[in-house]
Ligand binder design. Structure first.
Ligand SMILES: [Zn+2]
Ligand SMILES: [Zn+2]
Length: 685
């Protein structure tokens, strides 16, 4: 029992909770008797633990209210104030509020999932433990920072521009792979950090496990500063510690993936988004936000510079730079003196017939590199052994019973596996329909290429890197270490090998089968293919010198050697490729000249989903808003659920926002058996 409490004072707190209900919740906080307890008064931005239904959940105080509409007998009491944690800043709450409104979700669904789990449990000692650990965090104060390399004039211009004034300024740093963008990021960060004792810099990368070199550069250059890393692969205790170090301002540099965009950073002075075109900056479920777009918003709110870097910028950013909305900073040269761009050549598959997926010319080139002790990288964006298993006798193919997709053959563990719903089965010994025992794998995945390479080059060390070969924690890093140490002769991999790494010994890159993306229904497929091929090409010869007389080469096997995309690639000419695409998009009224929202519906039967979308389409009309016809999604069925979509467009972003806001209220009121969601600025259509 608490005993007798005199002069009880009650404060009403308006709290955001992580629920899909678009509302805030009122709770009472009973101020304890000041004679017996230290006075604890909640403030805005404070984390609280409250009862919700039968659960105890975390909430964030959004306001302290004068009164509440909740009747006194229904008003529940706050269970705990996380008073040992300083409140989040009003700027951070404003960021969440903006994201909530823009992406049309409740603020609680934005703010609370971004906090470490350990903060949110009622009985959890890890917060105090985390704060204690934080106290003891030390840095290598006495170690000497690695020397800053001299910048070339273009790099220097970029650093000067970024750090010129303390105000909102969005930059697009455009430079080929190896042109020294990282050095610009590091030296601009150094200048900003030197401007005040508490300044924080946020650096976003697409995938943290693939950029250990970046992290190593930061640690070497700033040994006296605390670096926090934030990404989804961290253990909870570790994540809490890093989040706290960012939130308390102790971490001066925060390196993270898209989720770090929602970190609490009280003294943020510079935001950097590396490889800004990368699709992983877009969250694809729940709150479908774009970390890149939020970066620009956050920089404007805080009146600070933001730098988006890429060798193949997104068309959105490129258009913003062309129209003068962003400042364009260009790096034309590779930063290593005398280093040259790799030579890109096409191999016409109509003329040179491949065996085992490799043309004779490619085989010869790999052999040449092997003889010289150099590495080759083969890029094939398809994991597994073969994408389909088929019966020649009756035409049976390995379709997934639950999806509009094939089951992929994985030879090593004798499985057929659906990459969309996860369904697995043993590879059948004979055809399930006709009993034929001679089933044929069709097409090639990375496992099959690995096998073929082993047969063609028995003396070579072949290594495969894809999601299957790197499932165990730490195995990706170990695999990349083997490549760096020169232990590997031929590397075969998916897009995992395209990102981030500088391979010193690598002089040949080949794309085995990139054509499929040229004719994809997704209008962004060619933009992505170009970026992917430029990026993987950039792995080659980052150290190769002009004087070697033997530049690195990139070979692309294709049936369409006249395609403009490949010609732009051969010329290393992103600007003209982007100009062509932008013209197409403008004529076709597509983004970035049009703003879009996508309503998705999922149901047991396609007709139910389509009916819902038809009803939704006729439920609201605004001038200037185009509502397209409902259509089934390209991959209609996943895990026994049928999916359809309805695209809504406008040339005006505010008009689209106003429409969607009203529309969602109507959709919520519609009685329906479908699961639906609205995505703003969808990227996969
Ligand atoms: Zn058969
Ligand atoms: Zn499936």
């Amino acid at each position: 029992m608490l005993g007798f409490i005199k002069s009880v004072e009650q404060i009403i707190l308006r709290v955001a909770l992580d629920t899909p209900l678009d509302t805030t919740f009122d709770y009472a906080w009973i101020v304890p008797d000041p004679d017996q307890h230290p006075i604890l008064r909640p403030s805005i931005g404070q984390l609280v633990i409250v009862p919700f239904g039968r659960q105890e959940v975390a909430g964030i105080v959004l306001a302290i209210a004068e009164k509440t509409d909740v009747p006194p007998n229904k008003l529940r009491t706050v269970l705990a104030l996380r008073s040992e944690l300083s409140p989040v800043s009003p700027q951070w709450l404003a960021l969440c509020q903006f994201a909530a409104e823009y992406y049309q979700r409740p603020i609680g669904e934005v703010a609370l999932p971004s906090l470490p789990k350990n903060l949110k449990a009622l009985k959890d000692v890890s917060l105090r433990r985390g704060l204690n650990k934080l106290e003891k965090l030390s840095t290598a104060q006495d170690s000497v920072p690695a020397e800053e390399p001299r910048l070339n004039p273009e790099q220097q211009t970029a650093v000067n521009a970024i750090t010129a004034k303390n105000d909102f300024a969005p930059f697009l740093l455009f430079g080929v792979t190896g042109s020294g963008k990282t050095e610009v990021f590091l030296q601009a960060s150094a200048k900003i950090l030197a401007q005040s004792d508490d300044a924080q810099v946020l650096i976003l990368v697409p995938e943290i496990n693939l950029t250990p070199q970046f992290e190593a550069h930061i640690r070497a250059r700033f040994p006296g500063l605390i670096l926090a890393t934030l990404h989804s692969g961290m253990a909870e205790g570790e994540r809490l510690l890093h989040w706290l170090s960012a939130h308390t301002g102790r971490a001066r540099i925060v390196l993270g993936t898209r989720l770090a965009m929602l970190a609490s950073l009280p003294h943020l002075r510079l935001i950097i988004v590396d490889e800004e075109h990368d699709p992983s900056y877009k969250q694809q479920e729940g709150l479908r936000y774009s970390a890149r777009d939020l970066a620009v918003w956050r920089a404007r709110q805080l009146a600070i510079p933001v730098v988006l870097g890429s060798a193949t910028p997104s068309l959105e950013s490129w258009q913003s730079a062309r129209s003068g909305k962003y400042h364009l900073l260009e790096l034309h040269e590779r930063a290593v003196p005398d280093a040259v761009l790799p030579v890109v050549k096409l191999i016409n598959l109509e003329r040179e017939k491949p065996s085992e997926g490799l043309t004779p010319r490619l085989i010869d080139s790999i052999r040449l590199r092997l003889e010289k002790g150099e590495q080759s990288l083969l890029f094939l964006n398809r994991r597994g052994y073969a994408p389909v298993l088929a019966c020649d006798a009756c035409g049976w193919i390995s379709n997934c019973t639950r999806c509009t997709a094939h089951m992929v053959m994985h030879k090593g563990d004798h499985r057929l596996r659906c990459h969309h719903c996860g369904l697995e089965q043993r590879i059948p010994r004979h055809c399930p329909t006709c009993g034929n025992i001679d089933l044929q794998p069709l097409g090639r995945g990375t496992q099959r290429m690995e096998e073929s390479l082993g047969a063609i080059f028995p003396e070579a060390k072949v290594l495969r890197i894809d999601a299957d070969s790197t499932r165990l924690k730490g195995s990706a890093a170990a695999a990349f270490d083997r490549v760096h140490s020169g232990e590997v002769d031929i590397l075969i991999g998916t897009q995992m090998v395209a990102k981030g790494h500088d391979f010193k010994h690598l002089t040949l890159v080949a794309a085995l089968n990139p054509d499929a993306a040229l004719f994809s229904q997704d209008y962004r497929a060619s933009e992505r293919l170009f970026a992917q091929l430029m990026q993987v090409a950039g792995r080659a010869g980052r150290a190769a010198k002009k004087t070697d007389g033997n530049p690195s080469e990139v070979l692309i096997q294709t049936r369409y050697p006249d395609h403009p995309l490949y010609h732009a690639l051969m010329a290393h000419d992103y600007p003209s490729f982007a100009a062509d695409l932008l013209e197409e998009r403008q004529q076709a009224h597509m983004p970035p000249f049009m703003y879009q929202a996508l309503l998705r519906a999922e149901a047991k039967e396609l007709s139910i989903a389509i009916d819902f979308l038809k009803q939704a389409a006729s439920s609201l009309h605004h001038v200037g808003i185009t509502i397209n016809d409902p259509i089934p999604m390209t991959m209609t069925r996943v895990a026994n659920v049928d999916r359809a979509q309805l695209l809504v467009e406008s040339v005006s972003r505010p008009a689209l926002q106003a429409f969607v806001k009203e529309w969602i209220t109507i959709l919520r009121a519609m009685k329906s058996r479908v699961r639906w969601s609205v995505e703003i600025d969808p990227v996969d259509i």
